[in-house]
Design a protein around this ligand. Structure first.
Ligand code: HEC
Ligand code: HEC
Ligand code: HEC
Ligand code: HEC
Ligand code: HEC
Length: 269
């Protein structure tokens, strides 16, 4: 949900990463030129070459997408998703045998993607493993295949679907022509519309509420919102709808309390 609390955690993480780099700086400067420096990542140094702009445009574009990504900002690099060896400068040694996505053992082969992403997003992976979609990842027939993480989020430069984009993504497979539950696309949009309300109420309470009085409430609601995101990935839409209503209702009640307290405080002389 990108809630304020999570955002704060992310910037704290960045500050920590920056401190780490600053602490390492004297060490990095002392490393002799012959060896790869501590922070040198051979995947990044070779793939960043501008020569690829001419010789291999697709490769160049992938690199640019990563450079602009949230994952890059979070320090998630090529090896974290692709595997291989980023300590060696030679291409073949770095790549290893199973790099190309068409290889069955490749970390980014569509069947292996959930597990690869799940290395870090383990709670979401747990939810996804319980979904009908996950069952259909192993289907042999192309038209029966379910979506994987990158179908909805993209791969290198990930985004999160929202109320404006979700319907088009679901309806790639769920539409009248495929006759595969065509109603789910609209249902997903309606659900994410309520996620939007959750976000709106959340913000209101953050801005107007008394932090000392809302702390316990936020601890509980953050946990519930986290559960919603995990639950979302089971794609059991009926269950998600019930849980969404519960979260929305407690935010609505809190918002009313906060609004009332805010008014009373203002009207005092
Ligand atoms: C010395 C340069 C060099 C290094 C080091 C290097 N790559 Fe590559 N990579 C390439 C080139 C060039 C290609 C284009 C295909 C080819 O020539 O094999 C490529 C292709 C790829 C592909 C596309 C799949 C394929 O087989 O075409 C991926 C994914 C990839 N590299 C990831 C990595 C990762 C991860 C690392 C580090 C562990 C890495 N590369 C290290 C030069 C390099
Ligand atoms: C967050 C995970 C993630 C990171 C980080 C990431 N990739 Fe990828 N990459 C993927 C996934 C998943 C695919 C397969 C789906 C696709 O092609 O979009 C892919 C596909 C590719 C491809 C095309 C593969 C092929 O076989 O043709 C290239 C090239 C590539 N990545 C290079 C890189 C390089 C270089 C880096 C680091 C600068 C990098 N990736 C970082 C997840 C990632
Ligand atoms: C090495 C760890 C790591 C791997 C592997 C990884 N991620 Fe992430 N991802 C992160 C971190 C850290 C963040 C930022 C904090 C957060 O939102 O959890 C993040 C954020 C995200 C977000 C939220 C983006 C936003 O705008 O809020 C999505 C979606 C995402 N990752 C999808 C993926 C997908 C899909 C894959 C696999 C192709 C993947 N991740 C692989 C660590 C990872
Ligand atoms: C790449 C294709 C694909 C995409 C994209 C996709 N799905 Fe599915 N979905 C499937 C397949 C295949 C099934 C299994 C159908 C079956 O067994 O009857 C399925 C089943 C479902 C079911 C279970 C229906 C039931 O009760 O059995 C729901 C709910 C669902 N999808 C929701 C969604 C939502 C929401 C989105 C978008 C966020 C989405 N799907 C995107 C392929 C896809
Ligand atoms: C059929 C589409 C679909 C698939 C498949 C899917 N997701 Fe999602 N994902 C979504 C939607 C829609 C949201 C936004 C719902 C929300 O905010 O909780 C979301 C939310 C997220 C978030 C939270 C972003 C945030 O702001 O906190 C992460 C991280 C994420 N997904 C990772 C993954 C990973 C990893 C996988 C594979 C194991 C995956 N997703 C599979 C549709 C999908």
């Amino acid at each position: 949900m990108g809630s304020e609390h999570q955002i704060r955690n992310v910037s704290e993480m960045r500050i920590r990463a920056l401190r780490m780099i600053l602490a390492l700086l004297p060490v990095l400067l002392l490393v002799p030129n012959t060896a790869l420096a501590v922070d040198e990542d051979s995947c990044v140094s070779c793939h960043s070459s501008r020569d690829f702009m001419v010789t291999n445009r697709k490769l160049y574009d992938y690199f640019q997408k990563w450079r602009e990504s949230l994952h890059m900002q979070e320090g998630v690099t090529c090896v974290d998703c692709h595997g291989g060896n980023n300590d060696v400068a030679d291409k073949r040694a770095a790549h290893g045998r199973d790099l190309g996505e068409s290889k069955a053992k490749s970390a980014v082969n569509f069947r292996n993607i959930p597990e690869t992403c799940g290395d870090c997003h383990d709670d979401i992976y747990e939810g996804f493993r319980r979904s009908v979609h996950f069952e259909h990842l192993v289907a042999k027939e192309q038209e029966e295949q379910g979506p994987t993480c990158v179908t909805c989020h993209g791969s290198i430069n990930v985004t999160v679907l929202d109320v404006n984009t979700v319907e088009a993504t679901c309806s790639k497979c769920h539409n009248d022509e495929t006759e595969n539950h065509p109603e789910t696309a609209g249902e997903a949009r309606a659900l994410l519309n309520r996620f939007l309300s959750i976000h709106r109420y959340y913000r209101y309470i953050t801005v107007r509420g008394d932090p000392a009085k809302t702390k316990a409430f936020f601890e509980e609601i953050d946990r519930q919102i986290r559960d919603l995101t995990i639950g979302w990935h089971t794609f059991d839409l009926e269950k998600i709808e019930v849980k969404t209503e519960i979260v929305l209702e407690s935010l609505r009640r809190k918002r009313e309390q906060v609004a009332k307290a805010f008014k009373e405080k203002r009207s005092k002389p």
